[in-house]
Ligand binder design. Structure first.
Ligand code: FAD
Length: 318
């Protein structure tokens, strides 16, 4: 079922969902299941599966030489989606990226998703590769998420990249895109970022999932501003619980977001990571309860592969 149908079917009840990250190449998928199993009691209608950019790795060669290779360390997004459908009878949402994929390769991914019965995809540009200081589009790939949304939307209309294809049966993907309550880090202004978000919706996006935020006011202001410029699709808030002291620096550095002073103070008072995890859980519970009270369609959690803190939050909220 489409995410938008899940939301309509819930008739105003806030749903629970979360995102998982494929394991590193060579790891067992069982670890992933062990983290998903405890969250199934909260009836997530869908689970997002991220896609990672390729990265530079160095392989030791004879004589101490290092060979540089570019490889994807966490492949398997579509395969994991198929396994989630099979094991949990749930709607998976594969993340599809512009970065690192030609349009042709993207078409293959979408065709696979269509054959598997996957009805939802999240269309994202992707970040720069770790060794790059800014995003470099793939040659013959999509430059922005809005272009990717157009490609998916074209496929939904039966338009493939090559006109030689005769279509008798179209895909009908429900398309999610990213939104940034504190603006995207590269964007010159909030207003500009919102206009780009509107372009994604105009290109065919059906819903938005936000970047993490720690102050609900940012989300409420963002939703209001989005509505004011005519964005009328559901905007799902994304929540991540703080779990370690380093998050205080990493999250603002990587995502250019602000942490409320009260949260920073509470974390700084903690004597160990166990206490920090508890602060993070309590903060996320308070955020989630307020969002639920305001009638958001879904609260979506960034689990980062660990379910114990998400379970502690969900058991107090759902
Ligand atoms: P876009 O919407 O393309 O925007 C990127 C930047 O370009 C913005 O600053 C925007 O304002 C600007 N822009 C857009 N269109 C134009 C235009 N026409 N001209 C000029 N500027 C323009 N990353 C991953 O690698 N894998 C994942 O699985 C993943 N999942 C995510 C899930 C969520 C919910 C979120 C919020 C983010 C996720 N990301 C993921 C991170 C995301 O890829 C990055 O934030 C990336 O830098 C931007 O992606 P986007 O889709 O928002 O890009």
């Amino acid at each position: 079922m489409k995410i938008t149908e899940h939301i309509n079917k819930a008739k105003g009840k806030t749903l629970f969902s979360f995102e998982i990250v494929p394991p590193l190449k060579g790891q067992n998928i069982q670890k992933l299941y062990d983290n998903i199993d405890p969250l199934m009691e909260f009836n997530p209608p869908f689970i997002d599966v991220t896609t990672s950019r390729e990265e530079r790795v160095y392989i030791k060669k004879e004589g101490g030489l290092l060979e540089q290779k570019v490889t994807r360390m966490r492949p398997g997004t579509v395969g994991i989606c198929a396994s989630l459908m099979h094991k949990y009878d749930i709607d998976p949402v594969p993340h599809v990226l512009c970065g690192g994929f030609t349009k042709e390769e993207t078409e293959y991914v979408l065709v696979d998703c269509h054959y598997l019965g996957i009805e939802n995809v999240m269309a994202l540009r992707g970040d720069a590769m770790k060794h790059e200081s800014y995003f470099i589009p793939q040659k013959e790939g999509n430059n922005y998420a809005s272009n990717l949304v157009s490609q998916i939307n074209d496929l939904n209309q039966g338009k493939y990249l090559h006109e030689i294809i005769e279509t008798t049966y179209n895909s009908n993907f429900c398309i999610g895109v990213a939104g940034y309550p504190e603006k995207h880090l590269e964007s010159p202004s909030m207003a500009s970022d919102l206009r780009k978000l509107k372009e994604k919706v105009d290109a065919g996006a059906d819903y938005i999932v936000t970047q993490m935020f720690f102050d609900n006011k940012k989300y409420f202001d963002f939703v209001k501003a989005a509505k004011e410029i005519g964005i009328d699709v559901p905007i799902i808030p994304g929540i991540k619980p703080i779990a370690i002291k380093r998050h205080l620096n990493i999250l603002p550095q990587v995502f250019r977001l602000n942490l409320p002073d009260m949260l920073v103070n509470e974390v700084e008072k903690c004597v160990d990571n166990k206490a920090i995890r508890q602060v993070g859980i309590e903060w996320a519970i308070a955020q989630s309860k307020e969002l639920k009270g305001a009638g958001v369609p879904v609260v979506h959690y960034y689990s980062m592969g660990k379910s114990d803190n998400i379970k502690a939050i969900a058991s107090q909220v759902f």
